[in-house]
Design a protein around this ligand. Structure first.
Ligand SMILES: CCCNc1ncnc2c1ncn2[C@@H]1O[C@H](/C=C/CNC(=O)c2cc(-c3ccc(F)cc3)cc(O)c2O)[C@@H](O)[C@H]1O
Ligand SMILES: [Mg+2]
Length: 214
């Protein structure tokens, strides 16, 4: 029996999407969350912007902060060439379990490493334990008050290089004002705002792209 919303989303995907077809997984999550139960996936409007920024960055090493159900992990990894490394961090075991099953159903589990734990613990381990040199692309979509400290932690751990792209969801709703102020004024990033809409709603939201100057 599906007790949680996340389990109901997984169940809907397993029943209605096509195994091995990432686009059908994305479309079915969007269908469920727009028709049945709202859920905090990046969604299709902001998702198209995410797709375009990923495509233009052509990244080889990607980090996502906040996996949730794996919607954006599937969105990003469906665009990646073979051999690319995608790490996604999730500290809620129940969400991580749902995400792994959704990513697996989409046929992308070989490209994805779901790192269970807190970003504060995992980011400092990326170089030594996960053999990461620097990150080409970071998608930030976890607790909004952690965007700024975790971006600063990425800098401190020397995980960003000249041209690394940090793309943040929800800079209008719920908002991440300290993060926005930081990336726009600290002098280390070239920032671009992408106005869009909150997932499955008519409210305005936006993504912020912050390119590290190195
Ligand atoms: C120690 C905490 C920081 N470190 C962390 N390390 C690892 N995983 C972390 C995490 N923080 C949060 N997470 C995970 O990220 C996810 C959290 C996402 C938070 N997102 C939101 O709150 C959010 C919220 C909205 C929203 C918008 C409008 C509204 F009326 C209500 C909600 C829309 C969004 O697109 C959102 O992304 C969860 O899976 C959580 O378990
Ligand atoms: Mg979000």
């Amino acid at each position: 029996l599906c007790q949680t919303k996340e389990q109901r989303i997984l169940d809907f995907v397993l029943k209605n999407a096509v195994r091995g077809d990432p686009q059908s997984v994305i479309d079915n999550i969007d269908k469920y969350c727009s028709q049945r139960e709202w859920s905090m996936n990046v969604g299709n409007e902001k998702g198209i912007i995410l797709d375009n920024v990923v495509k233009e960055s052509n990244p080889s090493t990607i980090l996502e902060l906040g996996t949730y159900c794996g919607y954006s992990a599937v969105r990003i990894c469906r665009l990646l060439k073979p051999g690319v490394r995608f790490f996604t961090v999730e500290f809620n075991p129940a969400y991580a379990a749902v995400a792994k099953q959704i990513i697996e159903f989409a046929g992308l589990i070989d490209k994805v490493q779901v790192l269970e734990g807190s970003t504060g613990d995992i980011i400092p381990q990326l170089k030594k334990k996960y053999e990461v040199d620097t990150l080409d692309f970071v998608f930030v979509d976890h607790w909004k008050d952690k965007y700024k400290p975790d971006t600063q932690l990425l800098e401190k751990c020397n995980l960003l290089r000249k041209g690394s792209v940090v793309l943040a969801d929800n800079v209008i709703v719920p908002g991440a004002p300290d993060f926005l102020e930081y990336v726009r004024n600290c002098g280390k990033y070239d920032c671009t705002n992408f106005p869009s809409f909150l997932e499955y709603m008519d409210e305005k939201d936006a993504l912020e792209k912050a390119v590290f100057r190195g």
